[in-house]
Design a protein. Structure first.
Length: 303
């Protein structure tokens, strides 16, 4: 109806035409352009990362980065490979090789392969493919965040904040009452979010939304509830102060990891300055000049 209203004389293609003719032709046109651009690049760096869909299906995304003769940084998503077997080093190496071969990228043109710190993908790169392996700094930062949130001094606060966030998120009545209280106190109406171990930045989002809605959350938790959901305890004054400090630290770390994940600019030269800044500005009260040989160890890897 919408198309008929704005363009009454146009004919919308049917589903079969779109799937059998339009989309395949569009894919061929895109692949032809990518092949031309790839042929103009002499050296590539490859990124490999795995992820799981909402249906619990595993995939491996393989991305290529290179600089053309005109000094233009190009990034190509070469393939998203479905995983139907164990993610062994041999399988991952074969998957990478097949994808590179399909785009006529010889292994001699690959400078390095960047991945997370998982043993299987590192084995695939170093042992099976015999290629230089680079640990993804953004993964390192987010792994460090997860490890720090599991620390004995921080974990109780994380769990308590998560209970509060889930209470308002899972109950329609509680969510509605919180929104009304936020309006009453002239606050931004924000739905609380719970921390998710597999989603980058989710801990910061949870803490930040709780802090911005502190007065509304405190008022709601103090009222009498007629609900079958167990009402969690509010944070103490000291816990709110600690939560605010965590917000500031996690904000800086989130911004850093997002910058390091950028595909528009080369970021390898920013890795060490940013990591040292994170350590000395947020974690260590010792002047930088007194610790020139500081080594950050994450997941058994020195950076």
């Amino acid at each position: 109806m919408y198309v008929r209203y704005i363009a009454p004389f146009s004919k919308v293609p049917g589903r079969r035409k779109v799937t059998e003719r339009v989309l395949p032709k569009l894919r061929q046109d895109i692949e032809r352009v990518i092949h031309i651009r790839i042929s103009s690049i002499k050296a590539f760096s490859i990124c490999v990362d795995g992820w799981m869909s909402g249906a619990n299906d595993l995939y491996i995304a393989i991305t290529g980065h290179g600089i053309t003769a005109e000094w233009v940084l190009e990034t190509f998503l070469l393939d998203v490979v479905p995983v139907h077997q164990d993610e062994t080093g041999v399988f991952l190496a074969e998957s990478i090789t097949e994808v590179l071969d399909s785009w006529n990228i010889e292994m001699q043109r690959v400078v390095c392969i960047t991945t997370d710190g998982a043993a299987n993908i590192r084995n695939a790169v170093e042992e099976e493919l015999k290629m230089p392996w680079v640990y993804c700094s953004a993964h390192a930062v987010n792994l460090a965040i997860r490890l720090s949130l599991d620390h004995a001094l921080v974990k109780p606060l994380v769990l308590k904040a998560k209970l509060i966030a889930k209470f308002f998120k899972n109950s329609l009545k509680a969510s509605r009452i919180l929104a009304d209280k936020q309006r009453e106190l002239h606050l931004s109406v924000l739905k609380l979010k719970a921390d998710n171990n597999t989603r980058w930045g989710s801990a910061h989002e949870m803490f930040e939304r709780l802090w911005k809605s502190r007065s509304a959350v405190t008022a709601c938790l103090a009222r009498r509830w007629n609900t079958h959901h167990k009402v969690p305890d509010n944070l103490t004054t000291e816990e709110w102060k600690a939560l605010h400090k965590l917000c500031l630290i996690l904000r800086a770390l989130k911004d850093s990891s997002e910058f390091l994940s950028s595909q528009c600019n080369p970021t390898i030269g920013s890795v060490m300055p940013m990591l040292y800044t994170m350590i000395y500005h947020h974690l260590v009260d010792i002047p930088f000049k007194k610790q020139p040989k500081m080594t950050l160890r994450i997941d058994g890897t020195s950076l």
